[in-house]
Every structure is written in C-alpha cells, then in structure tokens.
Design a protein around this ligand. Structure first.
Ligand code: HEM
Length: 482
C-alpha cells in the first residue's frame, strides 16, 4: 500500500467521529459511483479532464466527508492527483490539494475564481462579510478594515483580553475530568464579547449575550446543512433566524458606538477611515461584525483546543513551553510578550497543521478555466483543501506525527513551498491572524502557568467534522494545579 494511504489510514481513528461511520462506509462501498470526467475539455484545448467519482446518488460523498474529512481528500489525491472532483451537498465540487494546485486557485492570476464559492456555503448567514467580497470591492473594504487591525489597536485588544483570561483560567476545576472544549468556547466567546463588542462583565453574563452566542453557532452550523432549505427545526432555518437576530442586535447599537470613544473592535469599525476618507456605512458595520465574530471565535477555540490537546499528549513539549512562560513571568502578558513565546509558536503551527481550523477554502470558477492543466468549466465550486495539503507525506516528514521542530530552523518544512502551510489562507489572507495568534498564545500561556494538562494514557481525541473540526467528546482533560 502506498505511503499516502498509510497516512490516511493511520489518521482514521483520530479523524473519524461520526457514529454511523461504518454504515456510511458500507454504503459508500456499495455505491462508489462511476469514475468519470467532471466535463470534457474543449476540443483542441490541450487540457486534461478533472477525474473523480460522485459516490451515492444525490448526497454523493457528503456523509463520508463529514466522517472522514482530510482522509477522504488524501484518498482522492492518491487516486486522481492534485485536482479531482466529487459530489458533496448535492453538488459536484473540485478539490485542489497540494501546494501547486492551491497556489493556482488562491493566487488566481487570471481572476478566474471568485469568493462566490463561499457564498454557496455560508452566503445567507455571513453575506457581505469581507471574505465573501471580490475584486475592487474587496480591496476597498479590506483597506478600511485594516485600520482596525493596526499594531497599536492590536496591542490595545490584547490588553483587554488578558484580564478575562487571567481571571477565568485559574478558576477551572482541578483533579477531575474537565471538558476543555466547551470551557474554551465559553472563554473565547467572553473575550470576543469584551474585545469586539465592548461588553462589560454584566452584559457578558446577560441572557441577550447568550442568545447572540447561540445565533452565531446556528449561523456557522447552517453552512454545512444537508437540507439546504428553511425547514423549521433544521439547521438552515435556524441559521436564517440567527442572522436576523444578529442584524437587529448590531444595528440597534450602532448610533451609541458611533458616538462613543470605546476601544473595542465594533467601535473601531464605526470610526475607521482611510487616508482617502473612505469609511464603513451602518450596513457595512453590521455585516462585518457578524462575519468577524464568527471568523474569530470558532477558529481561535479550535486552535487553542488542538494546541492544549497536543501539549497534553506530549508532556516534554508542555514542559518546554512552560519554561518559556515562566521565563516571561506571571504578570499580564502583552502583544510583544506573546511574540517571545517561540516554542509555543512552533506548537501552534504544528497543531494547525494536524487540525486545520478552516479545513478548506471555497471558490467558484467564473469563466471556463484550468487548474494545473485540468479543465474546470465556469460555475464549478472549487475547494482548496488546506488540511489535506498539510498531511501530504512528500511535503511533511512523518506527516501524521506531532513534531513542532519541523517548523523550526534549520528544517522549516513549511518553507519548501509558499503554499505548503496555509492555515490562514493565501490571497484573502486572514486579517485576524496576528490577533488570533496572540489570543491563543495568551490563553495557553496562562494555562501553562497555572496547571499541568493531562489526558488519560492511550487517549486519542476524535474530531467531529460536521462543521469546523471540534472534539466529538468535548475533550476531557484533567488539570493539576501547579
Ligand atoms: C487561529 C485563528 C484563525 C484561523 C486559523 C483563521 C483562518 C482563516 C483563513 C484560512 C482565511 C482565508 C479564507 C479564504 O481564503 O477563503 C481567513 C480569512 C479571514 N479571517 Fe481568519 N482565521 C483565524 C482568526 C481570525 C480572527 C481572530 C479574525 C478577526 C479578528 C479573523 C478574520 C478573518 C477575516 C475578516 C478574513 C477574510 C479576509 C479577506 O477575505 O480579506 N480570523 N481566516
């Protein structure tokens, strides 16, 4: 068996989280679908077809994707190469896997691909968010938003988030099983409510904030809804209700924010202006806030969860990072302080490689085009599969094992290709990368100073991939006070 499939199989117990997995696989084996071209390339074009296999009628490989995640993509890569297609969520989707295919789509030099790929997944819930905009409009909005992410502003955000982390983490229960993921989700939500919306302690505990948090969860989960119509009680319907609630919530607060001199991100979006005098309208602020809260919250929670999980599994790295944190000291950490935690940086990169918080980046071909010489007709949705690319054994030594030194000098496996490592994307790169990195590191730093984190011998977390990856069992750890 090839090394690639070895890697896929070895990952299997870790990735697979879907309780009906074996039935899905049995069905999949019964209805693999026909291997066929996505479309015949135009005669004389010299292009090759994109080959692939649709899977089950209508649903295609949706369930297999949700149960097997990057393993499925690695199998596609093994069978069909870096560009292939399959049917998910009722639609033929092309996968671009590996650095060359990813670069071709993300750099998008002929402007053949649009962010409209995201529109199909999350458009109704996150419409007009920065990631969903294209071309000049995207540039215009990005330039204004950049003003809310300058270094002095980032320093001020980090100053606001450390007191919340430093107050909550030491109070976590010790010497008993503790579900890390829900605790981190609550904590990062608290941070987002304070730093992004300027909510004080009382507001953060209010039923209204809980409703807003639920609305975000509903919007995120709606993106991968199997039934993509507003049937009451199902994901899509709950997502639309969530969006309406969020719009109302933010819209009602804009006049007060515009009039305030608050230092939170919401106030920043209300006030920022470029040198040319461009600023956001009220409707822009509403859409950007809804998108930013979503983009910031789940991703930071997943990354912190994965980082702490790997530190629990690898006590030597936990100790190494703790030594660095102790060397920094017990006081509130600031932005430059987080940047000094270099070992933690290596672990952070490795955690995102093994569990990529945004597993794929969606685009849509707006004209007939090609990827690495494969014909892609206009209208096709393309998924740039960062997670699968991060596991390719020809790029990453012992790709399935945790080894943060691969990101350190002199190895720097991430530097062998510009698109080898892309947890924060490429063009349309994450505007919150530095904020997210600082938040995750400030949080892990505090945990390392106050607790030793352990998981039972032989425990392997299973990642639920029915939305962005999250631990299927909430990740039970035991914390020991230091
Ligand atoms: C560890 C945490 C994070 C990860 C892994 C992450 C990942 C990503 C990725 C992969 C993209 C590119 C998507 C694409 O090309 O289609 C992206 C875009 C974006 N992210 Fe993040 N993100 C994180 C944290 C944040 C935070 C904290 C914020 C805001 C404070 C944020 C705001 C955004 C925005 C606005 C975009 C769209 C940028 C554009 O289209 O120009 N993200 N993020």
């Amino acid at each position: 068996m090839s090394r690639l499939l070895d890697v896929a199989r070895q990952h299997r117990p870790t990735f697979s989280s879907y309780p009906g997995d074996k039935y899905v696989l049995a069905l999949q084996d019964r209805f693999p679908g026909k291997v066929e071209p996505l479309a015949e390339p135009p005669a004389g074009s010299g292009l090759k077809p994109v080959m692939g296999e649709g899977g089950l009628p209508v649903v295609g490989k949706t369930l297999a994707m949700m149960s097997r995640g990057p393993e499925l993509s690695l199998e596609q890569y093994e069978r069909f190469g870096p560009v292939s297609w399959t049917r998910v969520l009722g639609m033929k989707v092309v996968s671009a896997i590996g650095p060359d295919a990813s670069q071709a789509v993300l750099v998008n030099k002929d402007k053949a691909f649009s962010q409209d790929g995201w529109e199909w997944f999350i458009g109704p819930f996150f419409k007009r968010g920065l990631m969903l905009l294209d071309g000049d409009e995207h540039k215009y909005h990005r330039r204004i938003m950049q003003e809310a992410f300058t270094r002095p502003r980032l320093e001020a955000y980090v100053e606001q988030l450390t007191p919340i982390i430093d107050a909550q983490v030491p109070a976590w229960p010790t010497d008993e099983p503790f579900l890390l993921y829900p605790a981190l989700k609550q904590l990062t939500l608290d941070v987002a409510a304070a730093v992004f919306m300027g909510a004080d302690e009382e507001e953060r505990r209010s039923p209204e904030t809980a409703e807003v948090a639920q609305a975000f969860v509903d919007c995120v989960r709606a993106g991968l809804a199997v039934v993509r119509a507003p049937v009451p009680g199902l994901r899509w319907h709950r997502g639309l209700r969530g969006r309406a609630l969020l719009e109302e919530y933010f819209r009602a607060r804009i006049p007060a924010k515009r009039a305030s001199d608050d230092q939170d991100l919401f106030a920043a979006l209300c006030h920022v202006e470029t040198d040319e005098g461009h600023a956001f309208t009220d409707e822009d602020v509403v859409s950007h806030m809804i998108f930013l809260m979503m983009a910031a919250h789940d991703t930071s929670t997943i990354t912190t969860t994965a980082t702490l999980y790997f530190l629990a599994k690898h006590p030597d790295w936990q100790e190494r990072c703790r030594e660095e944190s102790r060397a920094y000291g017990d006081g509130p950490i600031d932005l430059p302080g987080t940047e000094k935690l270099e070992s933690l940086d290596l672990v952070f990169e490795e955690a995102m490689r093994l569990v990529t918080p945004v597993p794929g980046m969606a685009r849509r071909a707006v004209v007939d085009t090609e990827i690495l010489g494969h014909y892609v007709p206009a209208g096709t949705v393309v998924n740039v599969s960062g997670w699968a690319s991060h596991l390719l054994p020809h790029l990453w030594a012992a790709a399935d094992s945790f080894d943060p030194t691969r990101f350190d000098e002199p190895r720097r496996e991430d530097k062998q290709h510009r698109y080898a490592s892309m947890p924060f994307g490429g063009v349309h790169k994450c505007i919150g990368m530095n904020f997210g990195r600082a938040e995750v590191k400030a949080l892990v730093h505090r945990v390392l100073l106050t607790h030793r984190v352990a998981v039972p011998e032989g425990y392997d977390v299973r990642w639920d991939m029915t939305s962005l990856p999250s631990p299927a069992d909430g990740l039970p750890v035991v914390l020991h006070r230091l």
